[in-house]
Ligand binder design. Sequence first.
Ligand SMILES: [Zn+2]
Length: 414
Amino acid sequence: MRTNRAAIAAALAAAIAAASAGTACSPAGEQGETGEAAVDALHRDSIVVDTHSDTTPWFQDPEWDFAARHETGDMDLPRIREGGLDVQFWSIYLGRREGDGRAIREALERIDAVYEMIRRHPGQTELAKTEADIRRIVADGRIASLMGVEGGHIIEDNLAVLRTFQRLGVRYMTLTHSFHTGWADSSGTTKVPEPVHGGLTSFGEEIVREMNRLGMMVDVSHVSDDTFADTIRVSRAPVIASHSSCRAVADHPRNMTDDMLRALAKNGGVVMINFYPSYIDVEVGKRAREHYETIKDQMNEIRERAGGDLLLRMREGRKLNAAHPWPQAPLSTLLDHFDHAIAVAGADHVGLGADWDGVPSMPSGLDDVSKLPALTHGLIERGHSPETVRKVLGENLLRVMRENERVARELAGS
Ligand SMILES: [Zn+2]
C-alpha cells in the first residue's frame, strides 16, 4: 500500500508541479522533493473548504480554548492549521426546539458565539460573507469563518428571521434537520419517517425562492428525496448538500442516490461528502448501534444529570466517548464515496462536509482535522488529477457560492 502510494505520488509530482506553477510557495518542482512532498504542496496550495462543523457550541464554553490543542474532539486552531484547512462553515446547530422564539434565541446565541470566537482570534480568522472575502482572508494566511443554519425549523416560519440571519452572515440553510418542518419533509436519521407534505409545501417553495434572492445557499442535506426533487425544481441557484455521502456505496437515508447526484450536477450544485463512519459504511453503522447499546445507560445518566446544562452534557459526553471509542471505518471507505460521487456527479460537483464534532467518530487515518492531508494523498493515489483534487478540496464550493451571489444580484429588485 505504502509503496504503491509513494510510486503513484512520485509519478504525479510533475503534473502537480505544473498545476501549482505560479503559486508562490510550491516547492514541488524543487530538487530533492519527493512525490509525497508534492502532494503535500498541492494540499497546502489549494483552498481547502469544509461546509460542516458542529464545533460551534464549544465556542460558548468558557473552559474550552479554541487556540489550545485538545486530545479530544475533532478540531481546534492548532489542528486546523496542521490539517491545512482554510475555510470552515460553522454550523448553527440546535437540534429540535419548539415554541415561541426559542429556536431563534438559541440560534442568535450560537451566531454570537461565532462572532465572539472571531473577536478573540483576529490574527487567525475572520468572518467571510462572500467568495471574494474568502479568497482575501485565505491569501492573508488566515482561516475564513462562515455560518450555516442547520434546520429550517430554526426560522420559526418567519421570512424576516431568514433575512436577518442572512444579514448576520449566514450563507446556507439546511431546509430540515432530522425531523419534518411545517413546510418540508426530512429524511430522518436512521429510519425514514412517514412523509407529511410529500416534499416542499408552497411556503417551502417560497423559502427557497427567498434564499435565492438573498444569495443564501439552499442546503439539501437531511431532507427527504421528495423535498430534494422539489428544491431542485424550484431553486434558481445551484444548491449544496453540506454533509451527505453516496447511497450506492452505503445504503443510508442521509446519503444521496445516483439520480440525486446527477440532478445536483445538472443544477450546477455540489455534494459535500460526509465523513461519519456510520453513514459511509453500513457494517460500521451496525457496530455503532451495538456500541450505543453498551453505553446507552451512561448517556442517559449524563442527560438526566445535566438537564438543561448543555455545556455539562457536552463535556461529559466527550469524556464518555473518549473512554468508549466508537467504531471507525477505514479511510479507503471514505475514498470510495469520493470516487463514486466524482464518477456519477462529475469532478465539478464534489467537496468536503466532514461533520466535525457532530458525530462521535471519524474514519481511521482521518481521525481529526489535523489528518486532512491524508484525504488529498488518498485522492491522488486513487488516480484523480491534481486539477480534480483542487476542485474537490474547495474550488467547487467557491464556484457555487459565486453563482449564488450572481443569482442574488439578478433577483435583487424582485
Ligand atoms: Zn447534520
